[in-house]
Design a protein around this ligand. Structure first.
Ligand code: PSU
Ligand code: MN
Length: 305
């Protein structure tokens, strides 16, 4: 029944059968988060990093009426260059499957796919969260509610800097989602390492993280885990500069009436132009850093289970 909608690549299917470590990777960052050709280069680089660490990469998308876990290079190219690639979160999946359309998957949809495929660890750049002004707009990313429901550990560099980070952390607390800092006691802010918001749990290594993941799921607690991995020090941007361009991009989005699923891609693109590509370079660095940590956690977890 499930197989009607879900297709694993031969490489991912083999890794599953052999109980090897697998890392899910999302595709919204490829189709809507990064420009061509950096998006394609990054998609390929992330898979390479995961392999280097001894795990199997599984990039997720929806193609021709099936959720695909593990993609061929030509399919990554299609996602990186295609003009008609939709952005699929949880609620978009049924209609996109039924219509046989093509979509990149967000964090929420990728978590669902990973769980269906039996994958426990997933790397992204920054999760979606509570948008600034959400008190009026109600714009809260479906990524957060997915983390409350679906048992996948998500490695990110914090929530994107365009968001309201204190409210995002409050929301995650309400939903009961564990948020752990990897070698940090503060929530990272995507392009910068320190949002100034303290975290309750600083984890020192992959083993500590893997043990805590196992404890949560052994107890049958539903839902995922957020592992916050700060951007490497050499790649971090200046905080004051970031705040300035984020305010400018938000103002432009408001003036142009950009809302809903178009807001995040619009803001990321404007930040890239306003900084002459600095945010793009930072985004590439942090997502690679996350893929590496996710692979190490997946390998450690596969040895515990
Ligand atoms: N991380 C990045 N770039 C991205 C995203 C994450 O470095 O483009 C994507 C993820 O797919 C995430 C989505 O789920 O942005 C959030 O979109 P929204 O704010 O519309 O929920
Ligand atoms: Mn939204």
């Amino acid at each position: 029944m499930k197989d009607e909608y879900l297709k694993l690549s031969p490489e991912v299917a083999r890794a599953r059968a052999d109980r090897k470590a697998i890392v899910a990777l999302e595709s919204t960052i490829i189709s809507h988060g990064l420009p061509y050709p950096e998006n394609l280069e990054t998609a390929l680089a992330l898979e390479g990093i995961v392999r280097q660490e001894g795990a199997t990469p599984a990039t997720v998308a929806i193609l021709a009426g099936r959720i695909r876990v593990g993609l061929e290079v030509e399919e990554l190219e299609l996602l990186a260059t295609g003009k008609d690639v939709l952005k699929a979160s949880r609620r978009d999946i049924p209609a996109i499957l039924a219509r046989g359309l093509r979509a990149a998957t967000t964090v929420s949809a990728t978590m669902i796919a990973a769980h269906l495929a039996g994958i426990k660890v997933f790397a992204t750049g920054g999760i979606g969260g509570v948008h600034r002004g959400a008190q009026q707009t109600f714009d809260v990313s479906a990524d957060l509610t997915e983390l409350a429901k679906t048992p996948v550990a998500v490695v990110c560099a914090g929530a994107k800097a365009i968001l309201d980070l204190p409210l995002t952390l409050e929301y995650l607390e309400t939903l009961g989602v564990p948020v752990w800092g990897y070698q940090t006691g503060v929530f990272p802010a995507f392009y910068t390492r320190d949002s100034g918001l303290p975290l309750d749990y600083r984890m020192e290594d992959e083993l500590e993280i893997a043990r805590a993941i196992q404890a949560k799921w052994d107890l049958g607690q539903e839902g995922g885990i957020l592992i916050a991995n700060p951007i490497p020090p050499q790649d971090e941007l200046d905080q004051t500069m970031v705040q300035g361009v984020v305010s400018q991009a938000l103002k432009e989005a408001d003036q142009q009436g950009i809302r809903g699923k178009h807001l995040t891609p619009f803001l990321l693109d404007r930040l890239k132009d306003l900084t002459g590509g600095l945010t793009l370079q930072a985004n590439l660095a942090l997502v690679k850093n996350n893929a590496r940590l996710a692979a190490r956690i997946a390998v450690t977890l596969s040895r515990l289970i």
